[in-house]
Ligand binder design. Structure first.
Ligand SMILES: C[S@@+](CC[C@H](N)C(=O)[O-])C[C@H]1O[C@@H](n2cnc3c(N)ncnc32)[C@H](O)[C@@H]1O
Length: 375
């Protein structure tokens, strides 16, 4: 087990911090203890860490003596949190970051991972491991009992001969998968959504898969009304890039950027635009942190409302504040949200005067206008 002082130093920054949200969990600890006890592991051989939330698994592996630690995190916020935490414990440069694929996994004999929430993401990860890692790879996939389902074992069994569940500890458990069986790649998948005449392309980790979220569907109806004089638009938290694609193909004068903190989302958005014969720019970023202030005319957003396991509106608030900074005076943000979330006040504070433009049984569409004068 890595020294407890390592875990004490870890923070979630730049993700929301709150007393009920932690940077290390029982699954991180159990996976690290399990790998520490595995017999016969050569700690100079490459090891891959997948889905590390804030760096506990990666930095824990380094502190256990692994010298070639390769990391894949879907969220740029996770990658940034790892970077910040590595600096806090003087372990910067002790690992390398990679996309999910051959560069991450070739020659790897051990994989440590946090089980992702969705089976689609788990399928994509498992298929990549089976395709690229050593045939005798050992995968230690940790999760918290309340988020684990028998279906996760079934997914792993499609890519590995043996999958066993270890004993639980502190409401966490490790699945051990061995005997990799490469069987081709399911993702990205693509699906035609006939009534909106769009083909959606999705990697495993992306929100709503290759489907069309009902909130997004409602916001799509409003795209012709969104600031007709706009020259630039951002699909903030773009997922598969449906909103960006719709704007780009219906308004050719608009320069459209799709941005999301998820690497899977960015890859999916690019592919969705291409599949519909249009072009957008994509930027992996945490809440437009790299965008200039007052640089964009229009922002469209179907905001996230889950922060890890806890329902927490911090993630949405962060996007609203970012839009308030990035919009030009007179620029507009169009947001769709579940009506009970009642974001109007918050949007008004973060962006500017906010009107409710539409409401159906479940969702509200709001338009917020950035004032001409700095408030
Ligand atoms: C409800 S989904 C909407 C996805 C897509 N726009 C759609 O309508 O299908 C919210 C998206 O916000 C992204 N997201 C969450 N926090 C973010 C952040 N801090 N910066 C950028 N994107 C973020 C998530 O990765 C997710 O793709």
């Amino acid at each position: 087990m890595p020294d407890e002082s390592l875990f004490d130093a870890l923070r979630r920054e730049p993700d929301a911090e709150a007393p009920n949200l932690h940077a290390v969990d029982a699954a991180d600890r159990l996976v690290l203890d399990t790998v520490a006890e595995l017999p016969g592991i050569d700690r100079t051989m490459p090891i891959a860490v997948i889905g590390d939330r804030y760096g506990a698994m990666t930095l824990g592996a380094v502190s256990l003596g692994f010298t070639a630690v390769r990391v894949h995190q879907d969220a740029v916020t996770g990658a940034r949190a790892l970077e910040l935490n590595a600096a806090r414990v003087s372990l910067s440069d002790s690992y390398t970051q990679h996309t999910l694929g051959a560069e991450l996994l070739t020659g790897v004999g051990t994989v440590l991972m946090q089980l992702p929430r969705s089976l689609a993401e788990l399928t994509e990860i498992a298929e990549h491991i089976a395709a690229h890692a050593s045939a005798d790879v050992v995968v230690l996939a940790g999760g918290r009992d309340k988020h684990m389902t028998p279906a996760m074992n079934d997914v792993l069994k499609k890519s590995f001969e043996t999958v066993t569940a270890g004993r639980g500890r502190q409401k966490a458990r490790v699945l051990t998968a061995t005997g990799a069986v490469a069987s081709g790649m399911t993702y990205p998948v693509s699906k035609r959504i006939a009534d909106v005449d769009m083909t959606v392309v999705a990697h495993g980790a992306v929100f709503a898969g290759a489907g069309l979220d009902i909130g997004t569907r409602f916001l799509l109806e409003y795209t012709p009304k969104m600031l007709p004089r706009a020259r630039s638009a951002v699909d903030l938290g773009c997922g598969t890039g449906i909103l960006a694609t719709e704007l780009a193909r219906t308004r050719p004068d608009l320069e459209v950027i799709a941005t999301d903190r998820s690497a899977a989302a960015i890859a999916s958005a690019s592919a969705t635009a291409a599949a519909n014969g249009t072009r957008i720019s994509v930027i992996a970023d945490d809440a437009m942190s790299t965008f200039d202030s007052e640089s964009v005319d229009l922002v469209v957003c179907n905001p996230p409302f889950h922060e890890g396991a806890a329902v927490h509106t911090g993630a949405a608030s962060k996007l609203f504040v970012a839009a308030g900074r990035v919009l030009r005076p007179g620029g507009q943000m169009w947001t769709v949200y579940n009506t009970h979330l009642n974001y109007r006040r918050e949007l008004a504070d973060a962006v500017g005067p906010t009107d409710l433009m539409g409401r159906n049984g479940k969702f509200t569409v709001a338009r917020s206008v950035r004032p001409s004068e700095q408030r």
